[in-house]
Design a binder for this molecule. Sequence first.
Ligand code: FEO
Ligand code: CA
Ligand code: CA
Length: 736
Amino acid sequence: MKTDRIDFNDENSNTSTNPSFDAVLQVRLARRSVLRGGVGAVGAAMLGGVGLSACGGSGTGVTTTTTAVLLGFAAVSKSLADTVTVPAGYTASVIYALGDPLTAGTTAYKNDGSDTDFENRAGDHHDGMEWFGLDADGKASRSAVDRGLLAVNHEATTDEKLSSHFLHTNGGTSTLPRPASEVDKETAIHGVSVVEVRKTGSKWATVQGSAFNFRLTALSDIEIAGPARGNALMVTKYATAGTTTRGTINNCGTGKTPWGSFVTGEENWAGYFTRSATDDTARADKSVTSLKRYGRSQGAASRHGWETGGTEDKYARWDISKTGTSADGSDDYRNELNTMGYIVEMDPYNKTRSAKKRTALGRYAHESGAFSLPVAGKPLAVYMGDDSRNEYIYKFVSAANWDAADANSTDVMATGDKYLDSGKLYVAKFNSDGSGQWLELSFSNPTVAGYTGYAFADQADVSVNSRLAADAVGATKMDRPEWCSVNPANGEVYFALTNNSNRRVNPTGSSQLAPDSANPRAYTDMKGTSKQEGNPNGHIIRVKEGSAGAAATTFTWDLYALGAQSDADGSKVNLSNLTADQDFSSPDGLVFSPATGIMWIQTDDGAYTDVTNCMMLAALPGKVGDGAKKTLSYTRTDGSTLAVDTYVGKAPTDETLKRFLVGPKACEITGLCETPDGKAVFINIQHPGETTAMADIADPSKYTSQWPSSAGYGAGKRPRSATIVITKNDGGKIGT
Ligand code: FEO
Ligand code: CA
Ligand code: CA
């Protein structure tokens, strides 16, 4: 096992002094039963025939009635086997792995570290993924079920000491400078791929050489859109007009817009850039505050050392130190970090269209972008999380009202301009009485404009520095917001809060927080003989918007379920009474199926991995308010009591939550999309064997996973991130 691994998913740059919500007050307001008790008729119909969108995930407003949904499979047991396990009656097949060729002339992947030409191959660390149907004529189709495109995020790469060791013959160069040939491979395996898939008989496969296939990489030219386009904050040597940048990196969660485009979230992008140890003095302006808030203090080293690949500009741009003499940054990359950290929109059907960074949705460690159920004549909301310890939950509300005709947009990027470039950005505050507020992040908000922690210049500055604006308004610090998804049955929004090692009953320092109502647990979980403190297992919070729907500025909330091992204390830890067939840790991917109403929960865990590999569960959740208030009582070291009121959803039953899949060793399960009929579900197995040491690169017997080679897929024994397709042997809907 390696000991020098840095968890790039576990940053904490939020040392702002705003309280982690109202932990200080913990006011005991009478519970607003009027807000929490109302049962929507739609939500109650979950098991009895539900109006669901039948359009493959985008909620065009076309609804059909499905038959009753039940979880019609036998739960899969926890497992440490180096394989993908699915229920009896199901088949999981690998279809698209790291390095697979996309273009006709690209050679088969040898998987021995000698492969090159990654601009024409599948990238690494497959993450979020969406389905875009194609009809027999190769036209975009909302109903196609046997031919389509998968748009796949390639978040990162398995690495140790700078190098992505599985990509290089002898594990690569783990000291600086990095050779250009290694850097060029590593920048190319980041970004997004679009690949055509087809079903022949019952078999799915990718189509090498399809004219639709393409890649975006860490160096692709991408437009800046929204309030920050052309702003002084975006001026770089590469783009002196501040209207473009190069590349999208650390693409994590995804989304599908109601008008049929793809959105991808840029997550832990800051770590790819380096800053000199004296850069604060060189800058001597407010950009230093921004850089610190986004995790780049001066002297920060880059994750891979790409800036050392050579003198060419494509390497130089990874060093964001102020080195030039210009007043505006047009002669260096001091502003480069401002061009990363967005929701990026793409037209998956047209590789000639430039992707756009939608800056109106804010800049942070983006996960997925989940759209509200579209209502004609009303604004659209996009729900989003910022995945770092103690960060926030956001929502964007479009200025434009939804026009149902846009569901059939023939120019999706122009339609994206309409809905995603102007609107209001909000951040969430969760109150101890089960209510909440969306606080607006606007330059016209005096609390933002007058913030003493950072002098905002304009709305572009608020968009680019949305974390600082959220600090100003006193948003609730959360336990690492990961993916979110909207329940197609009732519009409620679910957010995975994966874990937080910084929750403490007796917090110390600026980064530790006491438990609060929305993040109510701080406990010790044992992993073998090691103690894991904080909220090691995570939880899932859900939000019901107020009467204004997507545009509401108030909401109610509760906790759908809390991760725990099934034998943990039911009064303090296993608050959802999870059984051995349901217990999970560190929820991350979260996707509702419009075809079945099932909510799929995927884990990226390090806490329960002494017992089981990461997994995927199927859930049929109820609704906000279906459970009960619970007060957790903690004793501080000074003997005083900390009482935390929270709201725990109705405990899942054997029929409403079951483990569906367990992955191979040292992977996470992520990304989910399906054919519109719900009969093929595509998911990603990310970084199997990531704990393999670089020193063991020559000895496959020491790899901590050999998947998917062990499943009979592809050459070589090096483990590879890959897309699998899950089908039911009787041809039915997945999970039912
Ligand atoms: Fe890329 Fe926070 O998961
Ligand atoms: Ca444990
Ligand atoms: Ca993730």
